[in-house]
Design a protein around this ligand. Structure first.
Ligand code: ACO
Length: 327
């Protein structure tokens, strides 16, 4: 048996600038009515020129450390979950390490698209559980506005920017976190991808002209995948906890689309109030979404002592995963 892993604190940060559905009505052929009825999204926060991913990551990480009463020098490892780092090298976690002055920490990025935060928690918990780290800061931070094609109405209305974070540790206090579950199916990468900018298709005048540095998505395929996996994840987490889905106190899902969450609620015979949703105000912030939602749920008092809280996420790759926190 390894060391019991605890969630010691959470934090989040979103940029000030807001894009409303009315803004999109001026940019592409769409309407507030279409966006609200198909997605449930009303607003998203996006970075302004000159701001960067690490600015959000640092702030969310700092807020989580404050909530956990942990000093930066007591952090043994920083994991930043993102597919939109400031640059390819150095990684975003090194930028955060330096700006937080976490002088005793290792630093690594994890890219699992929208499953990033749960992947980060899983790997961070493995370090704590195996005794290789006492305190791990897991930050999920995404700047999707820089990889969104604002000429593509099928995707641009969905995404926003933001960051969420959690501190993992061991010992007294905090909330037991476990039952980590991660899966992937990489057989269909084109369902959701950014074709260019990696080493396979480096940036060129051609890739820019063809808009290949932006997110491309088969919306219907992703929709089906998301509903199926969300149901499986919740059923699996409940079963391993020895309870029924209806007995979970709070599900904090990846904030993807209200219709996807609604479909899972109906198919599982659950109640809407069992799900914490804030996508109306942030859109889909990929890896950051479940992290921001968890922090907001905590700050709003939606999580109480004794509650069973299940985090679920699914995204590009495909990747999907869950973890359960006993509050
Ligand atoms: N405004 C108006 N019309 C639009 C818009 C828009 N913003 N976007 C698409 N349409 C049009 C399409 O062009 C299409 O028109 P057509 O029939 O004339 O060709 C029509 O609406 C229907 O298009 P669909 O793609 O079938 O619309 P759907 O009801 O499936 O909704 C959506 C599209 C919202 C993208 C949906 O497929 C979806 O939610 N998919 C999940 C994908 C997702 O949220 N991904 C996020 C990233 S992945 C992740 O986080 C896991």
């Amino acid at each position: 048996m390894g060391t019991a892993v605890k969630l010691l604190g959470t934090g989040s940060f979103v940029p000030e600038r807001v894009l409303t559905n009315a803004d999109f009505e001026r940019m592409v052929d769409t309407s507030d009515e279409w966006i609200m009825s198909r997605t449930g999204i009303r607003e998203r926060h996006v970075l302004s020129d000159g701001e960067k991913n690490s600015d959000m990551a640092v702030q969310a990480g700092y807020n989580a450390l404050q909530a956990a009463h942990i000093a930066p020098e007591d952090v043994d490892h920083i994991i930043v979950c993102t597919f939109t780092p400031d640059m390819l090298v150095p990684n975003c976690a090194c930028v955060v390490q330096s700006r937080l002055d976490a002088v005793n920490a290792g630093a690594v990025d994890i890219n699992a698209a929208c499953t990033g935060f749960i992947s980060g928690l899983t790997h961070g918990a493995a370090l704590v559980g195996s005794g290789q780290a006492r305190r791990v800061l897991v930050i999920a931070s995404e700047v999707l506005s820089r990889v969104t094609d604002y000429q593509d109405r099928g995707t641009c209305v969905l995404f926003g920017d933001g960051a969420g974070a959690a501190v993992l540790g061991s010992g007294d206090g905090g909330h037991a976190i476990g039952d980590f579950f991660l899966r992937a199916d990489g057989s269909n990468p084109e369902a959701l991808w950014i074709p260019a900018g990696g080493s396979n298709l480096p940036a060129s005048a051609n890739t820019v002209a063809e808009r290949l540095h932006f997110i491309k998505m088969n919306g219907r395929e992703v929709f089906k995948f998301a509903v199926t996996r969300m149901i499986e994840l919740i059923e699996g987490a409940a079963e391993r906890a020895g309870i029924k889905p209806g007995d979970i106190d709070l599900v904090v899902p990846h904030q993807v689309n209200q219709r996807i969450i609604q479909a899972a609620v109906e198919r599982l015979g659950m109640r809407e109030e069992q799900f914490y949703c804030n996508l109306e105000w942030y859109g889909n912030t990929s890896a950051a979404s479940a992290a921001i939602a968890l922090d907001e749920a905590v700050r709003k008092g939606r999580v109480k002592a004794g509650n069973t809280v299940v985090l679920v996420a699914f995204g590009g790759g495909f990747t999907w995963g869950s973890t359960t926190i006993k509050w």
